[in-house]
Design a protein around this ligand. Structure first.
Ligand code: ADP
Ligand code: 5GP
Length: 233
């Protein structure tokens, strides 16, 4: 079974996953990337310290504040934001390259970055926004503690920020309450697949339909009455 609309070329989509820290978006991102090799992760630049489990260039590009500012001021970042006291940004070039080739790009960015991307009229039609919520605040706290990658004051700060972040749910088209991981993964994967088939993403659909109708008319040997107004929106 394929998740890719065959034959017809289409625009690449920008698949954005956001959530308060600990709700599970990195886990869902990893599962999506494992199953969809054609999906490209946008690897962000950050000034935050590397966690023990993280790899430079795979999870993030870890840079100091001076280098981050240089990148930002040169216009190398598609969006950037301060999150939990550190800077994070999306390198522009890999994203633009992937989209130009009709590839889909996955973004693990916060609501501030998502808002910035959506303000760009050229990008907005290609953006799909998914927000991940925890089943309860208590569980969010427990997940951050179980993950055991941040020290207690970092966890405390992230939980306080979560209150503001959770309030951004209405800026996203899709919301998943991540209780059971398998079900959440099925949901996020279904959204990706469905969005790939959105009519407006196909770049040659009108011509394809015209061709189908021409073929139908030739085959049936007569002009069919339904033709007028049905080919181009
Ligand atoms: P985020 O990227 O949103 O900060 P993570 O993906 O790192 O969150 O998840 C935080 C912790 O919660 C991780 O230890 C992860 O294994 C765990 N986790 C993720 N989803 C679930 C779930 N549905 N049920 C239980 N634990 C989960
Ligand atoms: P973490 O430190 O847990 O990896 O990420 C903290 C937060 O920063 C998460 O909400 C994550 O989505 C967000 N984030 C990661 N990269 C970027 C980025 O490039 N831009 C923005 N705006 N947020 C990011």
């Amino acid at each position: 079974m394929t998740s890719e609309p065959a034959l017809l070329p289409r625009r690449g989509l920008m698949f954005v996953l956001s959530s308060p820290s600990g709700a599970g978006k990195s886990t869902l991102t990893r599962l999506l990337l494992e199953a969809h090799r054609d999906l490209q992760l946008s690897i962000s630049v950050t000034t935050r310290a590397k966690r023990p489990s993280e790899i430079e260039g795979r999870h993030y590009f870890f840079r100091d504040q001076d280098e981050f500012r240089r990148m930002r001021d040169r216009g190398d970042l598609l969006e950037w934001a301060e999150v939990h006291g550190n800077f994070y940004g999306t390198p522009r070039e890999p994203v633009e390259k992937a989209l130009a080739q009709g590839r889909d790009v996955l973004f693990d960015i916060d609501w501030q970055g998502t808002e910035q991307l959506c303000r760009d009229a050229a990008l907005a039609p290609d953006i799909v926004r998914v927000f991940v919520l925890p089943p309860s605040f208590r569980e969010l706290k427990a997940r951050l503690e179980r993950r055991a990658e941040d020290n207690p004051d970092v966890i405390e700060r992230r939980l306080r920020n979560a209150i503001v972040e959770i309030g951004k749910w209405f800026e996203y088209e899709y919301v998943i309450v991540n209780e059971d991981l398998e079900r959440s993964y099925e949901a996020v994967r279904s959204i990706l697949i469905a969005e790939r088939f959105r009519r407006t993403r196909f770049t040659t659909l009108a011509g394809f339909v015209e061709g189908l109708i021409d073929e139908g008319e030739a085959l049936l040997g007569a002009e069919q009455p339904a033709r007028a107004g049905t080919v181009r929106p």
